[in-house]
Design a protein around this ligand. Structure first.
Ligand SMILES: Nc1ncnc2c1ncn2[C@@H]1O[C@H](COP(=O)(O)OP(=O)(O)OP(=O)(O)O)[C@@H](O)[C@H]1O
Length: 743
């Protein structure tokens, strides 16, 4: 089989039936032919649209296959395949037909070789990077207000320098090129190991790591590293137990200022970098210290007792799930510290939460809505909320967005009302996109076709941070650390793109999930899309497929997250409620089924994988109508190159198409049946209620009802039939699919 290129390529020979080939492929087969002993013909091979999403094939016009040919000997003893129009040099083979598959295999091997070379280069590159420590931390910039010390920390030579665009582009290219071939994703594990490569394995990464490191880990706990930061013994114990052997960068850079310096902290660091403990540890430490101080004082003065008995700390988060998770982080770190935490979020019974507050917890972790409700209702424990000693706002940039979280503003007003209390409170403001800023939208730069004279300027990171700090009410001289990379996402993440039509997204998604089993989150922009995909992938028997969106009951949301966390191959189909902060171990893949609306959302969604030093893949699915949004996102991220294209194995892709088509049909038809059923039930119910009287009307009704019932029965039968057909398809795994499943 041979691909044909657009430029300078000869038109394809043969008169193959115009089967479905790639768009633009059927340009006719009447091209000029250098006829010589014509024995066979090159025939068009049908290929799907998917080939045209592949950058590598951008010049491709068609694929052709020769199935009928003779091999004749040349004078030098080698063989020659004579075709209708050209002679191709082949390796000496014994007069047998070379199968298309063999040729494909060769191509794959060549690609693999390319990959190995890239991996080797990457391995070296990473080695070089490792030698550059975080300690190259630099310098201090004074903001215009002169209040704030901004420390810019060079976490990574290539990624942090904001002006190093060419270098940055080089990194993106190298790290992505090695993933261009989808077929090589699995092999990457072996290669990475061999080469010590930068891109970590994405298939079961933790298993390999834990097995190798298990024995070493006992002695790996770097107690001194933690102690240097001021972490007390009682927290060290739990960190050691958790095998948090050494602090992460953001922890190293913020903990001393927070624990020893008692400073307010503003922290921006990539997703999954351990920001939660960066504020949880100092808060726990502070509570313990205040308590022991109070004990000492207590022996002389009873009045001080009150101060440590009330609410000490408030943690605010944008989502309910995140609040629950932060509580878990606190509880882990405070295992031996006797610090009591509760979660106050909407969607759960407020009576239960009031009861929890009666237990006088030290720390309340809350979403602003429910918290404000309870403050407003005069909950006794929350009555001293204005005197809290610690305030942490996670995902702060999201929390202070205009139009969101009105209640947050109300809470902050209460907290900041009295200067004395404000000054005695330590604040923590964190997010992966805290310092992220946007170009003003194009529409603000033009009026009609005219360019606006005074072009609106991009708000600088410094200005944005200043606004946030003022809004939260930070004290003077906070510690500000921004170690986000200019590309936005974390270093261990591999990003790829799929370009296809809307209809093909289901095919690609199924293909990806089939070929790359593992815990995955699929992100959608709408609840309807979540529902539709959940049904389709349920019908396709893709393991445990769980929806998550804001119209679900809170209990169900939490239950689904629990199930997802417990299942290594679970698939969560979610809206952006799952985009921020969720920390679920070993999510291997994130798929943006629909392009997110903002760069922040892209960063946070992608950041559900590749967390805490691990690897992961994020796939961005783009249909033509979404390309402008993608361009805007990448412009905001300062990226000049598009993502590498995720390649597919055409053989597998063709085989799964019929399954998807049937599953989509089942999903649609089930929807119709459900609607018919609802109509029928409604008719039944209303008839009973109205108690229609006349017998004539009764008979009309009866015949209409009978017709409707028949209709419904037929539809149900048809649906059953479709389901059976799908089940049949799913049970008939072909050789190709079995081959994938066995890997
Ligand atoms: N020092 C450490 N060593 C190893 N793992 C750690 C360490 N600190 C935190 N972790 C783990 O890393 C994971 C990510 O941490 P965390 O959820 O705090 O990230 P984050 O920076 O808040 O991410 P996001 O921006 O997505 O919210 C968690 O599972 C956490 O338990």
């Amino acid at each position: 089989m041979k691909p044909k290129a657009k430029k300078g390529s000869k038109k394809s020979g043969g008169g193959g039936a115009p089967k479905k080939t790639a768009p633009g492929a059927n340009r006719g087969n009447q091209g000029k032919q250098k006829s010589r002993s014509k024995k066979g013909e090159w025939n068009l091979v049908p290929v799907g649209d998917e080939f045209f999403s592949d950058k590598e094939f951008e010049n491709l016009v068609s694929f052709e296959e020769l199935v009928d040919y003779n091999v004749v000997s040349k004078a030098d003893g080698t063989k020659e395949i004579l075709t209708g129009g050209e002679t191709e040099e082949q390796e000496p083979v014994k007069g047998m037909k070379r199968k298309a598959e063999e040729l494909e295999e060769e191509e794959e091997e060549a690609d693999e070789q390319d990959d190995i070379e890239i991996q080797q280069k990457l391995g070296k590159k990473k080695q070089k990077k490792k030698n550059v420590g975080v300690d190259d931390a630099s310098e201090v910039i004074n903001t215009s207000a002169g209040l704030v010390i901004v420390e810019e920390v060079e976490a990574d030579v290539e990624s942090v320098e904001s002006n190093s665009k060419p270098e940055e582009a080089k990194v993106t290219k190298t790290s992505t090129k090695n993933t261009v071939k989808e077929s090589s994703v699995k092999k990457a594990k072996k290669k990475n190991k061999k080469n010590g490569a930068a891109v970590k394995s994405v298939e079961e990464p933790e298993k390999e790591e834990t097995q190798e490191n298990e024995t070493a880990e006992e002695n790996d706990f770097e107690e001194q590293e933690w102690m240097k930061l001021g972490v007390p013994e009682v927290i060290l114990r739990s960190l050691k137990e958790k095998k948090f052997n050494k602090p992460t960068n953001i922890q190293t850079l913020t903990l001393p200022a927070a624990i020893l310096g008692k400073k307010d902290v503003v922290g921006a660091a990539e997703t999954g970098s351990g920001k939660t403990l960066a504020f949880a540890i100092p808060i726990i430490d502070g509570i313990i210290k205040r308590r022991s101080l109070a004990k000492v004082n207590n022996s002389t003065d009873d009045d001080d007792d009150e101060e440590v008995d009330g609410l000490q700390a408030l943690i605010l988060t944008p989502t309910r799930e995140l609040a629950v998770q932060i509580k878990n982080h606190f509880d882990v770190a405070a295992k031996y510290a006797n610090v009591k935490t509760v979660v106050i979020v909407g969607g759960l019974a407020s009576q239960k939460q009031e009861r929890l507050l009666r237990g006088r917890p030290d720390v309340v972790i809350a979403t602003p809505g429910r918290l404000w409700e309870l403050v407003h209702e005069g909950d006794p424990h929350l009555s001293t909320i204005n005197q809290i000693k610690y305030l942490a706002i996670d995902e702060t940039d999201r929390m202070v967005e205009k139009g969101h979280f009105k209640e947050l503003q109300s809470i902050l007003q209460v907290l900041n009302k009295e200067e004395m209390h404000k000054q005695s409170r330590q604040n923590f403001v964190f997010s992966a996109t805290l310092a992220f800023t946007h170009e003003p939208p194009q529409r603000m730069k033009t009026i009609g076709n005219r360019r606006v004279k005074q072009q609106p300027k991009k708000v600088s990171a410094k200005v944005k941070l200043k606004q946030i700090m003022e809004m939260v009410g930070l004290r003077a001289n906070p510690k500000i650390v921004d170690i986000t990379t200019s590309k936005g996402t974390c270093e261990t993440l591999t990003e790829m793109q799929i370009n296809c039509s809307q209809d093909y997204k289901d095919y690609y998604l199924y293909y990806f999930l089939l070929c790359h089993p593992g815990r995955a989150i699929v992100f959608c922009n709408s609840i309807n899309c979540v529902r539709r995909l959940t049904n389709i992938f349920f019908f396709l028997q893709c393991g445990e497929v769980l929806p998550l969106h804001s119209e679900m009951h809170q209990k169900q949301r939490l239950r689904n997250l629990e199930k997802f966390t417990a299942n290594e191959k679970g698939i969560l189909i979610a809206t952006d409620v799952a985009a921020r902060g969720l920390d679920i171990q070993n999510i291997q893949h994130v798929i943006h089924y629909q392009v997110p609306k903002t760069a922040e959302s892209y960063i946070h969604r992608s950041g559900r994988t590749a967390r805490a030093f691990k690897g992961g893949i994020a796939i961005l699915m783009v249909e033509p109508g979404e390309t402008t949004t993608v361009k805007n996102i990448f412009r905001s991220l300062g990226r000049e190159e598009m993502l590498p294209i995720f390649d597919v194995d055409g053989k597998v892709f063709r085989e799964i198409k019929s399954r998807i088509e049937m599953a989509v049909k089942v999903e649609k038809f089930e929807h119709t049946v459900r609607k018919k059923l609802a109509d029928h039930n409604w008719m039944e119910k209303s008839k009973k209620e109205m108690e229609l009287a006349t017998s004539e009307e009764d008979s009309d009704e009866d015949s209409g009802k009978a017709g409707q019932k028949k209709n419904l029965m037929q539809a149900k039968k048809k649906l059953e039939n479709y389901k059976n057909q799908l089940a049949q398809m799913l049970s008939n795994n072909t050789f190709v699919i079995n081959n994938i499943l066995s890997k």
